[in-house]
Design a protein around this ligand. Structure first.
Ligand SMILES: NC(=O)c1ccc[n+]([C@@H]2O[C@H](COP(=O)([O-])OP(=O)(O)OC[C@H]3O[C@@H](n4cnc5c(N)ncnc54)[C@H](OP(=O)(O)O)[C@@H]3O)[C@@H](O)[C@H]2O)c1
Length: 189
């Protein structure tokens, strides 16, 4: 199993969200997320799941992490609820960790489930005026900077610079990395 984590964080403060939504609207970023996670099992927290448009997740495999039991699944055939991250340790398929901050940190801080690959998109533009209840991934970024190594390639599109990081000292499935880099090299062209 390869674990890939993907986020778009704001440069400087590592903000990724406001309330249940995003404090920016960047079509190419939404498209990147959709394309890189296409056909893959996504893992997300209950808040991210509730805040995403249902049509984006309908018919796609999603694992919702929620230890409160509050989340209601809207596609019972394809979505499952998991209350304890440890249940994913022997999962048979690759996992694409899709947020939010709580869930990213759960993965980064659980040794057996630390992401192998991180698609680190950093947005340098302004966040929406009046955005409230900001959510940030600084705790996960601190682990990223310590335990991961950035590949040299930088991809820039619409004010977002994307870098791929690999966990230091571990074998990482090259076909997964290649697929991600191939997509990033060609997007927007
Ligand atoms: N920019 C990006 O790449 C990106 C990607 C994904 C998500 N996001 C943003 O991230 C935000 C959501 O992230 P999040 O960290 O708030 O939630 P989350 O990771 O999506 O969900 C956390 C889940 O864990 C539960 N939980 C239990 N204890 C918790 C605790 N101490 N803190 C937080 N959750 C706890 C929550 O239940 P309760 O709901 O009952 O608290 C919820 O079901 C949204 O703004 C979303 O738009 C951004």
């Amino acid at each position: 199993m390869t674990i890939v984590s993907i986020w778009c964080r704001h440069k400087g403060d590592n903000v990724i969200g406001a309330g249940l939504g995003l404090p920016w609207k960047i079509a190419s970023d939404t498209r990147r997320f959709r394309n890189l996670t296409e056909g893959q099992v996504k893992v997300m927290g209950g808040r991210t799941y509730s805040g995403m448009p249902q049509k984006v997740l309908m018919g796609r495999k999603v694992i919702v992490l929620d230890n409160t039991g509050k989340t209601e699944l809207f596609d019972a055939q394809n979505h499952i609820l998991v209350s304890d991250i440890n249940q994913l340790k022997d999962y048979s398929e690759d996992l694409y960790v899709s947020g939010g901050a709580f869930v990213y940190y759960l993965f980064f801080s659980t040794p057996a489930l630390m992401p192998d690959v991180v698609v680190d998109c950093v947005y340098g533009g302004p966040i929406d005026d009046g955005a409230q209840n900001l959510v940030d991934v600084s705790a996960s970024v601190a682990i990223l900077e310590q335990k991961y190594q950035a590949l040299p390639q930088r991809f820039e599109l619409d004010g977002v610079v994307t870098t791929v990081w690999l966990k230091k000292g571990d074998f990482v499935e090259q076909s997964t990395v290649k697929k991600i880099l191939n997509y990033l090299e060609t997007e927007g062209k």
